[in-house]
Structures are given as structure tokens and as C-alpha cells.
Design a protein around this ligand. Structure first.
Ligand SMILES: NC(=O)c1ccc[n+]([C@@H]2O[C@H](COP(=O)([O-])OP(=O)(O)OC[C@H]3O[C@@H](n4cnc5c(N)ncnc54)[C@H](OP(=O)(O)O)[C@@H]3O)[C@@H](O)[C@H]2O)c1
Length: 231
């Protein structure tokens, strides 16, 4: 049975948050688009509803200021830039919620995109969120999924969603949410500290995108040979 969640998307007015909000609602989840300004959130919610008007079974979509958007949410998605991330997370009511971070601390220079070093290499955006919200369950997921494809017309994206977290229950939520994006469960990829690897990996995809003029994604092979696979 499919589980449906009430999901608040922080930074839901940006391309990544808007794309995830669209995919989640299209799959039947209830979504509140969050923003620092309620009117911007409402405008994006209206845009998403417009795309979903003919989709049977789509979830409700509304917009609100970030803190208010979190109020009744089971799941809070962080889709904001790294700059300003900590201030925002510290301001949110996240106790008891599952928090899914797709935040990539990246920098760009004339050689292209690259990962920013967080806490001397001993940290990540997802770990910062967990430290700032110790009573929430933070998971990292959707770091490597392209905003362009999320808002595109493909039914599902041809890639995998890698989910990292210290709580198996929390990770299971993100793995379930991945169904809305790729049509199958996300992959349990390890502990939360592995966000240190997933976040900067997006810089590699950006480099590939520039070289080949594509929107690349990540696909994990070999899982069909796991004991019990395909049963
Ligand atoms: N774009 C992609 O393809 C992609 C792919 C994977 C992961 N990501 C990650 O997803 C996150 C969002 O990406 P994006 O491209 O959508 O980013 P973005 O457009 O730069 O920002 C998203 C939203 O965050 C809010 N925001 C901006 N600065 C803020 C601040 N200082 N404090 C609080 N909120 C702020 C803004 O909404 P309001 O002004 O309405 O509050 C903005 O619309 C990033 O961490 C990025 O690394 C992006």
C-alpha cells in the first residue's frame, strides 16, 4: 500500500523545490510550498496546481511562509541554497518530523562547479540540519536529481535516488518519496555522514551536463542480484 504524506518544501519557489513539490503532489502526496514570502509560495502552488489539474489522484497543493508551511507537515524537505541554510533550519519547527535535505554546498569558478568543504571535510549540509534540529530525523536524498527533469514531461526520471540517514525509519520515508520521482523505491545508501559524498557529487553531474549538453543522473547497477531481489 502506498503511504501518502503531508510534505512542506522549504525553498519551494526555487527550481529544485518546485520540481519536487510537483512530483510529490502528482503522486498523491499533500504538499505545502514554502517560501520566505507567502505570496511567492502561493503563486508557485497555483502554477503546480495548474499542471496537475488533469491528473487523477493528485494531492492538494498550497503555499505558505516557511515556518507556517511546516506546522502540520509529516515531512519537511530542505531545498534552499547552502548560504543561509543554517539560519533557516534553526528557525523552523522541526521536532518530531522527518527532514529530507537535498542541499548541495557547491561553488562555481572558471573551472566549473565544485563541492565546498564543510567543516574541514568532516561535515555536510544534512549533518548541519541534524545538529540544528536534534529532535527531527534528518535524511539526505534527491541531491543528484536535476530540477530541469523534475519539472519536465517524463512520467518518471531514469535514475536512482540515493538516501542516506542514521534512522532506518527516516530513510524509509525518503525511499518511499522517491517513488514519486523515479517510479520505484529509493536506495538505502548508508549513514547520514555519507551526505559528505552525495552533496559534492552533484558537481560532477554538472560538469558532465556541460560537456554533453544533457541532464545526467545516477543509476546504481547490481541490485538485481541482491538476495531476495525481484521477489
Ligand atoms: N537546481 C538543481 O538542479 C538542484 C539539483 C539538486 C539539488 N539542488 C539543491 O537544492 C537546493 C535548492 O536549489 P535551487 O536551484 O532550487 O536553489 P535556489 O533557486 O537558489 O533557491 C531556492 C529557494 O530558496 C529560497 N532562498 C534563497 N536564499 C535563501 C536564504 N538565504 N534563506 C532562506 N531561503 C532562501 C528562495 O525562496 P524564497 O525567496 O521564495 O524564500 C529560493 O527560491 C540547493 O541546495 C541545491 O544545491 C538543486
Amino acid at each position: 500500500m502506498t503511504t501518502t504524506y503531508r510534505i512542506a518544501v522549504m525553498g519551494g519557489t526555487g527550481p529544485q523545490g518546485k520540481g519536487l513539490a510537483y512530483r510529490f503532489a502528482r503522486h498523491g502526496h499533500t504538499v505545502v510550498v514554502g517560501s520566505r514570502a507567502a505570496d511567492r509560495a502561493s503563486a508557485v502552488a497555483e502554477e503546480i496546481r495548474g499542471r496537475l489539474s488533469a491528473v487523477a489522484g493528485a494531492g492538494e497543493v498550497s503555499g505558505d511562509e516557511n515556518v507556517a508551511a511546516c506546522a502540520d507537515a509529516d515531512v519537511v524537505v530542505l531545498a534552499v541554497p547552502w548560504d543561509g541554510h543554517d539560519e533557516l533550519v534553526a528557525s523552523l519547527p522541526l521536532t518530531g518530523k522527518t527532514v529530507v535535505s537535498c542541499v548541495n554546498p557547491l561553488a562555481f569558478d572558471k573551472r566549473g562547479a565544485h563541492g565546498r568543504v564543510v567543516d574541514g571535510g568532516e561535515g555536510s549540509a544534512a549533518e548541519h540540519a541534524q545538529a540544528l534540529a536534534p529532535d527531527a530525523t534528518v535524511v539526505g536524498a534527491f541531491h543528484n536529481v536535476s530540477a530541469v527533469l523534475l519539472w519536465g514531461d517524463d512520467d518518471y526520471l531514469d535514475e536512482d535516488v540515493l538516501c542516506v540517514g542514521d534512522s532506518e525509519d527516516g530513510k524509509a520515508v525518503a525511499m518511499e518519496l522517491a517513488r514519486a520521482v523515479v517510479g520505484r523505491e529509493g536506495i538505502s545508501a548508508g549513514k547520514l555522514r555519507l551526505a559528505r559524498q552525495l552533496e559534492p557529487l552533484t558537481a560532477v553531474l554538472i560538469s558532465i551536463n556541460r560537456r554533453y549538453k544533457v541532464n545526467s543522473g545516477i543509476r546504481i547497477t547490481g541490485l538485481d542480484r541482491a538476495p531476495g531481489a525481484g521477489q
